[in-house]
Design a protein around this ligand. Structure first.
Ligand code: F6P
Length: 374
C-alpha cells in the first residue's frame, strides 16, 4: 500500500507546476498518504539535498502562482552529475545510487516526477534501478510526445500573443518590421500558436527552414499595400535558414546544456543587409527591430486552461500511485486524462506538422512560413 510519496519538479520551470504540487498534496493527504517534497529536482535526493514533509498549509493558494515552491534545476541529472574538482574544473559523476539509497532511507513508496523529456528520461532510468516512479509531463514548449498538451504551454502562448499585440501597435506607427523571438528549442509550437492568435505576417519555426528572400517577398507585398507597411514576424529560437542551423549563444559544457539565442537578430541583420543592397520604395527601406521575449514566457500565473489540466494531472498521478501503476506517465488524450508507459513517452519530440491543419489554417489567412510566398 502506498503510504508515502516523494514529489519533485525537474527541468525548466513553467506555469502550472505549483498547481500540480497543490493537487498532489491535497489528493494524497485526503487519502492518508504523506507527501515528501524534494527540493531542486533530483538534487534533493543527493548528498546535501533538502526534503521536507508537505502539509496543507504549505500548499495553500499556490495553484494560482507561477514557478515551483520546490525549486528546480535543468542541470541536475544524477546519472551525469556535475561535480567540481579540486582544480576548479567540473567533471561528471554517476550519483544515481545515492538517489536510490535516499528513496529507501526516506521510506518513499514511489516518486512523482514532474518534468520534461530530460527529467522523465531520468525517472525512467531510475525506475530501471528499482525506484517506483510516476511521471507528470510539463514544458512550455509543448514538445512531448504521448500527451496532447503539456501545461504551461497556453500560458506561454498568452504571454507571447500579448507581446505581439503590443509590438503591432508600435510597428504600425513606425512602419517597421518587428521581430519577436520566442522559446521553442526543437518545436515551433509557441511561435505557431501565438503567431496565429496575434495574426502576424510571418511565423518562422524549426520544422520549416526559411529563406530570407521569401521573408523579403512577404515584406515587399506588405509595402505594396496602401497604408499597411509594417510587418510583424514571430521567430522560434530554434528556427534556422535553409541549409543553416539554429543560433546558439552558449555551447554545452560538462553538466550544462547548450543555450539557444540570436535567431531574431540574425534575421534582422539579414533583412537589413538586403535592404541596404537595394530597396526601391520612395519612402526608403523599413527599419527592423528585434525583441527577445525569453523567460517572461516561463514566469507568471498559469492561465485557466493550464491551472485546470495541471490540477487534473496531479490528481491523476496520485490515483496511479494509489493503484500501484508505477512506470506510467499521466497524459492528456483528447479531453481525458489517461496514462502511458514512461518508456513510450520519452525520446520522441512532438513537432509541428508542416502539412498539418494549424499550418494550413495559418497559410489560408495569409501568414508566411518563409518557405514560399505567395
Ligand atoms: O525547455 C524549455 C525551454 O523553455 C526552452 O524553450 C529553452 O530553450 C530553454 O527552456 C531555456 O532554458 P534556460 O532556463 O536554461 O535558459
Amino acid at each position: 500500500m502506498t503510504q508515502r510519496i516523494g514529489l519533485l519538479t525537474g527541468g525548466g520551470d513553467c506555469p502550472g507546476l505549483n498547481s500540480v504540487i497543490w493537487s498532489v498534496v491535497r489528493a494524497s493527504l485526503g487519502r492518508g498518504i504523506e507527501v515528501l517534497g524534494i527540493e531542486d529536482g533530483f538534487d534533493g535526493l543527493i548528498a546535501g539535498g533538502t526534503v521536507r514533509k508537505l502539509t496543507l498549509t504549505d500548499v495553500r493558494g499556490i495553484h494560482r502562482e507561477g514557478g515551483t515552491v520546490l525549486g528546480t534545476t535543468n542541470r541536475g541529472n544524477p546519472f551525469r552529475y556535475r561535480v567540481q574538482q579540486q582544480d576548479g574544473s567540473f567533471a561528471e559523476r554517476d550519483c544515481s545510487d545515492d538517489v536510490v539509497r535516499s528513496v529507501r532511507r526516506l521510506g518513499i513508496d514511489g516518486l512523482i516526477v514532474v518534468g520534461g523529456d530530460g527529467s522523465l528520461a531520468i525517472a525512467h532510468q531510475l525506475s530501471e534501478k528499482g525506484v517506483p516512479v510516476i511521471g507528470v509531463p510539463k514544458t512550455i514548449d509543448n514538445d512531448l510526445a504521448a500527451t496532447d498538451n503539456t501545461f504551461g504551454f497556453y500560458s506561454a502562448v498568452t504571454t507571447a500573443m500579448e507581446a505581439l499585440d503590443k509590438l503591432k501597435t508600435t510597428a504600425e506607427s513606425h512602419d517597421r518590421v518587428m521581430i519577436l523571438e520566442v522559446m521553442g528549442r526543437d518545436a515551433g509550437w509557441i511561435a505557431l500558436a501565438s503567431g496565429l492568435a496575434a495574426g502576424v505576417h510571418a511565423i518562422l519555426i524549426p520544422e520549416i527552414p526559411y529563406s530570407v528572400e521569401v521573408v523579403l517577398a512577404k515584406i515587399r507585398s506588405r509595402w505594396a499595400e496602401e497604408r499597411r507597411n509594417y510587418t510583424l514576424i514571430v521567430v522560434a529560437e530554434g528556427a534556422f535558414p535553409t541549409g543553416g542551423e539554429a543560433a546558439y549563444v552558449k555551447v554545452a559544457g560538462v553538466g550544462t546544456n547548450a543555450r539557444l539565442g540570436g535567431a531574431g537578430v540574425r534575421l534582422q541583420e539579414a533583412l537589413e543587409a538586403s535592404f541596404a543592397a537595394g530597396w526601391d520604395h520612395h519612402r526608403g527601406a523599413p527599419e527592423v527591430r528585434t525583441t527577445v521575449l525569453g523567460h517572461l514566457q516561463r514566469g507568471g500565473s498559469p492561465g485557466a486552461y493550464d491551472r485546470i489540466i495541471s490540477a487534473r494531472f496531479g490528481a491523476h498521478a496520485v490515483e496511479l500511485a494509489t493503484a500501484g501503476r508505477w512506470g506510467e506517465m499521466v497524459a492528456l488524450q483528447g479531453t481525458t486524462i489517461g496514462s502511458v508507459p514512461i518508456a513510450d513517452a520519452i525520446g520522441h519530440t512532438h513537432l509541428v506538422d508542416r502539412e498539418g491543419q494549424v499550418v494550413r489554417a495559418c497559410r489560408s489567412v495569409g501568414i508566411c512560413f518563409g518557405d514560399h510566398w505567395p
